[in-house]
Structures are given as C-alpha cells and as structure tokens.
Design a protein around this ligand. Structure first.
Ligand code: ZN
Length: 452
C-alpha cells in the first residue's frame, strides 16, 4: 500500500491523506488549506489523482481544514461515498454550504472593490456545490466496522475534539493504520475524553500544540478576569470562535461564571447563524456529549442568538459592555470581521482568541502584536486589548498527546507527525523519541510512503 500526504504537513490545514492499495484509492480527510497565501493557493492546485479515480472519502471530523475541500472534490468528478460519524455529517451540512457561500461572497466583494489580482476573482466552489456534495455522505456510529473495498476495513472511535470527531482505525491484511484526526483534551466540561487506541502499525498523529503545554490554571478564572476588567472599562469582549466547538464551550463558561457571580450579568450575543445551528445539534446528539437535555437548554439558552444582519449591525452601534461570540475563530472570514472593524480600534474593548491561530491568519497577526490588520480591503488599527486563552483549546497539548500515545500497547512501526507548524511538529517528534523511543517522521507535502 502507498500513502500520500496531501496536506497538514508542517502546517495545521489542508488535511488529506490518500491510501492506494493498487486497486482502491481512499482519501482520509478532505480539508481546505487556510492561512498563508502559498498554502491557500494549494487549494487551486489539482490533486495528483483524478477525483473520479478516488473510490471513497473518510472524514475524521467536520472542521473545514478536514472537510472543506469536499465540495470541490465532488464538483471535480468524485462520485464515491463519504464515510463519517452521524454528528460529523450533520455538522458538515451546516459548515460546507456556509463555506461555499462565504467564498462566493468573498469573490463578489473582491470583484466589486477590485482588491484581487484575479479578474474576475472566483470562488473555489459555491453553496450549491456544497449542498450537492452532502448527497454522498454515509453516516455511521462510533465503533462499527465498515468496508472500504479491497480488504480494507475501518472504524471510528471518539477523539473528544468536537461533536462527532473520530480517530479512524484502518485494517487491511495484518496491517493497522490509525489516523488521529484532531485529538481532544482529556478533560472537557462538554465532551467525553478521547478513547484509548490499543494498536497501530502506522500512526498519523496531530501536533497542533506539539511545542506547548496549556497553562495549568483553570481557564475559567483567566476568562472571568478578562471579562471583568473589560466590563469595568465599559468595553466589549469580542470572541472570534469556531462555530463548532469553541462557541459552545465559551457559552458554557459564560453561563457557569454568571451563575457563580464571577462575571457581571452583561448581555452575551452569539452572532453566527452557523454556530446557532451547530448548537442546536447538541440537542440532537446527546449520545455524543455529557450535557442532558435540561442542561443543554439552560446553558445555550442563556445566550442571545443574533438572527439578522440588522441585529448584527445594531450590536456594533451599542456602546454598552457585552460579550460578542462570532465566527470565524481565526478571523479569516465571517461576521466577526464586522465586529473587529467596530471594536478593535478602541482601547476599552478586548479581542479574545480561544483557539489555535494558524500562521498567516488575522488572529495570528493580532496575537503577534500587529498594529493594524486588513479587513475587506481597508486597514483597521488595533488599539483594543488582545488576549488568548489556550486553555480553552479543543486540541490536546504536548503532554496530553504523549499521554494518549502511552495508551498504545506497543510502539507503532512508524509514527508520522502531521497537522502542526514546523516548530510544533519537530518539538513533538523530539518528545516522542525521548519519552517513548518510537520511530517517527515529519512528512513533507506530497511525500509518498510505502506500507508493507
Ligand atoms: Zn479540528
């Protein structure tokens, strides 16, 4: 068998791994490249295989850096099934059409204001392409083996990263390949812990935080302090958050902190129609998380959902202290850009990041101390406090990754370190070699390995 690394090599986006048995071609994850321009341009580079020749796609979870290329694959001729968990399917039904819509909007705006060097600027795919792609989905429960042809069997196990996220274990002949997808935290107030995987001959493990350990303090204490001091200044806390995962965790903490009188009772807005839809899925998938129906209603019901653009604009005009949660999490697009335009230039406000900020994103620039960022072709000076809470991340830190790896009964023959920027991937490699003595490799883009 051959495995080709088509993304998430020395970067955190574009996850795609093609398994070729000689007669079957299966693509594991189908993610978009995001962030730095040379990476985004890879979305336009044809795959080294005709999409029509791919027999099936298997998704670890719904985040766009793992699923967002799928509408383009289908548009380019892929006709096979897409296997994933049930919650991943339901989340993709929200995320993928929105991704197509955002790309159409972005292309349209670039054409209107002439800020793209492409004339006309085109979207990678549109909303209808994404809706079309949803017909290919074959949702499955965790723990059930399924057939990918030519003797390939696979199963999903809970990865604890977001609703529906899974590790994929693939068996063919006597060989087992495990794809970690994104590895969640061992302790999370909403999601169950990642399950232990006993065996792999070949393992692909993510390394987003491979060079960092999340702070040991309770993230809710740091969060409360930020909200309190911003409110005391009469300011607004803008929280760029992924529609799926971080938005719900932030709502959970805001609710808990208000209940405990740790933060003032200021209004909380969720301005992301997608996040609102994703939140509704917590009612539909109780088997996948810890909250019962009453808790789900109470926690998520405490946030005001913003439904219209007019309402969204009225938030930006209001001068009262408040919390605004809005996507996207790395400020690469979405409604949060409008809130940053409204609030980032005033020192009384705070922009609070709660997830990983990939290189080249506005989030990464702001955390790096950028004095201004570019939004919709204009410059926005950054005067607001800019803060980050790594402790709210959906990704395991280096120690947590090592603990999960320690759960394997024996060392894999080879461990490939993916989904991390170079410093993170290299640091994790050192720690795995040092603590576990495993054979590891950090693959390059389009590297091909042979699995016997
Ligand atoms: Zn993810």
């Amino acid at each position: 068998m051959r495995l080709t690394f088509l993304g998430a090599t020395r970067t955190v986006t574009g996850s795609k791994y093609l398994l070729d048995t000689g007669s079957r071609q299966v693509l594991f994850d189908c993610g978009l490249f995001q962030g730095l321009k040379p990476l985004r341009e890879r979305n336009w580079t044809p795959l080294p295989i005709d999409p029509q020749a791919i027999d099936a796609v298997v998704l670890t979870h719904a985040h766009l850096d793992h699923s967002g290329y799928l509408p383009l694959l289908v548009k380019s001729g892929f006709r096979g099934p897409v296997f994933c968990t049930r919650a991943t399917r339901d989340l993709c039904a929200i995320l993928l059409p929105d991704s197509g819509h955002l790309q159409e909007e972005e292309a349209e705006r670039a054409n209107r204001y002439g800020y793209s060097k492409h004339h006309p600027a085109l979207p990678l795919y549109g909303e209808t392409d994404a809706i079309q792609a949803m017909h290919s989905f074959r949702p499955l429960p965790y723990g059930e083996e399924f057939d990918l042809g030519d003797g390939i069997r696979a199963r999903f196990d809970n990865a604890g990263h977001i609703l529906g996220a899974a590790f994929v274990t693939v068996k063919r002949g006597g060989t087992t390949i495990v794809f970690s997808g994104d590895l969640g935290r061992p302790v999370d107030p909403i999601l169950y812990s990642p399950v232990r995987i006993p065996r792999a001959d070949v393992l692909l493990v993510e390394s987003t935080y491979g060079n960092r350990d999340h702070p040991d303090i309770d993230p809710s204490l740091a969060f409360a302090a930020i909200v309190r001091r911003t409110a005391a200044r009469g300011g607004t806390v803008v929280i760029p958050a992924n529609a799926v995962g971080r938005s719900q965790l932030v709502m959970f903490y805001v609710h808990a902190l208000k209940q405990a009188n740790q933060i003032p009772d200021i209004p909380v807005f969720l301005d992301s129609p997608m996040a609102a839809d994703a939140t509704a899925l917590f009612h539909a998938h109780h088997e996948d998380h810890k909250l019962d129906e009453a808790e789900t209603s109470r926690i998520f019901g405490a946030t005001r959902i913003v439904n219209s653009v007019e309402e969204s604009k009225s938030i930006d005009r209001s001068d009262l202290p408040k919390i605004v949660i809005s996507a996207s999490g790395m400020a690469t697009g979405g409604r949060v850009l409008h809130h940053l335009k409204a609030f980032a230039s005033d020192a009384k406000n705070t922009v609070l990041f709660v997830g990983y900020q990939a290189a080249g994103t506005r989030g990464s620039a702001m955390l790096g101390g950028a004095e201004r960022i570019r939004i919709h072709g204009g410059d926005v000076p950054i005067e607001a406090e800019v803060a980050v809470l790594d402790g709210l991340s959906a990704h395991a830190d280096a120690l947590e990754i090592l603990d999960w790896l320690s759960g394997f009964d024996a060392a894999p023959r080879s461990t490939y370190i993916v989904h991390g920027e170079p410093a993170a991937a290299d640091a994790l490699q050192e720690r795995i070699r040092g603590r576990l003595g495993w054979t590891t490799h950090v693959p390059e883009y389009r590297e091909v390995i042979t699995i016997s």
